[in-house]
Design a protein around this ligand. Structure first.
Ligand SMILES: C[S@@+](CC[C@H](N)C(=O)[O-])C[C@H]1O[C@@H](n2cnc3c(N)ncnc32)[C@H](O)[C@@H]1O
Length: 238
């Protein structure tokens, strides 16, 4: 196999929170179980993606796998991919414990996961794409477009910044305070790291990136503190 070109973004360098560290992965999993309504998320995502029992789903940046595992009983197969070996290890252990045999795991990133074109009926990515700078997001979104079958659906959920906000410093301070009140100090510190060191994108840029990658955006929904969900469908003319 040829070595990766030296200009390729190193996805394993982990901008911001280091999810390759076992203690970070374990802390994230505990936070997920406590703070998120996974059953509700699974129901919403299943309906939005229109998943049916014959479908093959890709979850990119699957983390510790709760959503992928929740969706597995509704699909023929789920491919759960994350750049952190430790996150994948925790997710695979849970799949094993829960007796879910139709989930395949891979340690890989948006830029390196390796599947033939038009493999998937649907692609999901939650709170992970912001680890890439914008021009690499463009590359990642073009790859996702290629991996989808004609008419395939893509649900992208990520931290996106509101361009209408006049005072981003005040916005960030309010956001960190809200996260601290809801989730405690550790999550607040992680949110500061995310705002400082990760690659959050403004709303209008994200919409442009999706459109130029060949997606039609069917709906956009925002949830506090700064998560936006784009439901998209693959267009053929990209
Ligand atoms: C905040 S967690 C979200 C995990 C999961 N999707 C969820 O909703 O709980 C972000 C995940 O993105 C992964 N990640 C970071 N950079 C990535 C990349 N370039 N490709 C794939 N996954 C990446 C991290 O390892 C981490 O598991």
């Amino acid at each position: 196999m040829n070595p990766a070109p030296r200009w390729r973004y190193d996805e394993e360098r982990h901008s911001g929170v280091d999810f390759s560290a076992p203690e970070e992965a374990a802390a994230y999993d505990a936070y997920m179980q406590k703070m998120r309504d996974i059953g509700g998320e699974v129901a919403t995502i299943k309906a939005a993606l229109g998943l049916s029992p014959a479908d093959v789903l890709l979850d990119l940046g699957c983390g510790t796998g709760e959503t992928a595992l929740g969706l597995a009983p509704h699909c023929a197969a789920v491919h759960a991919v994350d750049v952190s070996r430790e996150m994948v290890r925790l997710a695979a252990a849970k799949a094993n414990t829960r007796g879910l045999a139709n989930v395949r795991f891979a340690q890989a990133g948006f830029l390196t996961c390796d599947y033939p074109a038009a493999t998937f009926d649907a692609v999901l990515s939650q709170i992970a794409l912001h680890h890439l700078p914008d021009h690499w997001k463009h590359v990642a979104l073009r790859r996702i477009h290629a991996l989808l079958k004609p008419g395939g659906r893509f649900l992208l959920q990520d931290a996106v910044l509101p361009s209408g906000e006049r005072d981003l410093d005040a916005y960030f301070a309010g956001l960190v305070a809200a996260v601290a009140a809801a989730g405690g100090e550790k999550v607040a510190r992680d949110t500061e790291t995310t705002l400082r060191d990760e690659h959050l994108t403004l709303d209008w840029i994200m919409e442009g990136l999706l459109a130029r990658a060949g997606f039609a955006i069917l709906s956009v929904t925002s949830a506090p503190p700064f998560i936006t969900t784009y439901l998209c469908v693959k267009q053929e003319s990209a």
